[in-house]
Design a binder for this molecule. Structure first.
Ligand code: F6R
Length: 333
């Protein structure tokens, strides 16, 4: 054990000062778990049996971070996947007194040309799905202004506001059918910052269901860049449903490529991916980690490449894969 700990410390020092390793870029890589020994394996992938449980886990993570740091700078996303997360957060506010009073929020994106009182705008979505139902100070909620006369200046101002708040502590992400995070459409540079982005036909079609007339879907949006997202201290990507299975597998297991913006998250040193069973159905075995308390994993795991890290969620406690927040224990299976 002593030898193991010694090697672990040495390896940590080595990793923390090594810019690239085995083809993976190692950024701010601090290791708290035995995963020290797995070069380049950074993503924590948690598969829940259903979409509701997956969303609840995302809400649980937000709740825990907020309790630990009431002045949390929280990055938020919109979209159908997030509905259940926000519903759960509202419930936690009402029943468990989750306090948003000092929290600051930054949303990933906003449509160009829609004002905050337009029901299809993301400002409207956030107000009605979360902000108006919790004790957040509206002054602390930020979304890009899609109506700004000078969109370039608006994007710079947005980046500046994030900086002034000390950076985003926790960013919640969904994933589009084409692999976008925020509105970073295919071919967005990994170093891109907040900017105006044309929306691809796939995205316009995906989002058309929320508009009365599909032609009303704006052609562009302001979005945080991939680089802006990678700068967030922790990322949590939530994906549910079978229609996300193929893109999730490409983003997590495929090569990093700007044609799938979410694959850039492989570069992030603290990224948790929460999936329901359906969204996980196209993952290959070696990344098919189960965190929902199965005694026997359903798939064969290549233990050299796989690590099961479970968050401290009630369902896991009985299976000894939990610990107090910040001291989550890793469990290899
Ligand atoms: C929206 C956003 C998008 C969505 C993605 C998934 O703020 O950031 O990346 O998360 O398009 O949308 P749904 O959840 O509707 O499938």
């Amino acid at each position: 054990m002593a030898i193991y700990n010694f090697l672990r410390v040495c390896l940590n020092k080595f990793l923390n000062t090594t810019p690239t390793l085995g083809g993976f870029v190692v950024r701010n890589f601090r290791v708290h778990y035995p995963r020290t020994i797995y070069f380049g394996i950074f993503m924590e992938v948690i598969i829940r049996p259903g979409s509701e449980l997956a969303a609840h886990l995302a809400a649980e993570i937000i709740g825990r971070e907020l309790r630990a740091n009431p002045r949390l700078v929280l990055g938020l996303a919109t979209g159908c996947t997030m509905d259940a997360v926000y519903a759960r957060l509202i419930q936690m506010h009402r029943e468990e007194k989750l306090d948003f009073s000092s929290c600051r929020t930054f949303n990933l994106d906003e449509y160009v040309g829609l004002s905050g009182d337009n029901p299809n705008s993301y400002r409207y979505y956030m107000d009605h799905h979360l902000f108006l139902h919790v004790n957040i100070d509206m002054k602390n909620t930020h979304l890009p202004d899609g109506m700004a006369a000078d969109l370039g200046a608006e994007c710079e101002k947005y980046e500046q506001s994030i900086k002034e708040c000390g950076g985003i502590d926790l960013q919640i992400l969904g994933i589009g059918q084409n692999g976008h995070i925020g509105f970073n459409e295919p071919l967005s540079a990994f170093r891109s910052r907040t900017r105006k982005q044309a929306l691809s036909p796939v995205t316009r079609e995906q989002n058309a269901t929320l508009f009365t007339d599909p032609d009303e879907v704006p052609h562009s949006a302001i979005t945080m860049g991939v680089g802006t997202i990678l700068d967030c201290r922790r990322c949590v990507l939530l994906a549910t449903g079978e229609e996300k299975a193929a893109i999730v597998s490409q983003a997590i297991e495929g090569p990093m490529t700007s044609t799938i913006s979410a694959s850039a998250l492989q570069l992030h040193s603290e990224c948790t991916v929460i999936l329901d069973r359906q969204a996980s159905s196209k993952l290959k075995n070696h990344y098919h980690w189960m965190a929902n308390g199965h005694k026997k994993p359903e798939v064969m795991l290549d233990w050299q490449n796989s690590l099961h890290l479970a968050a401290n969620i009630p369902e896991c406690r009985s299976n000894d894969c939990s610990g107090p927040l910040g001291e989550r224990r890793a469990k290899e299976i």
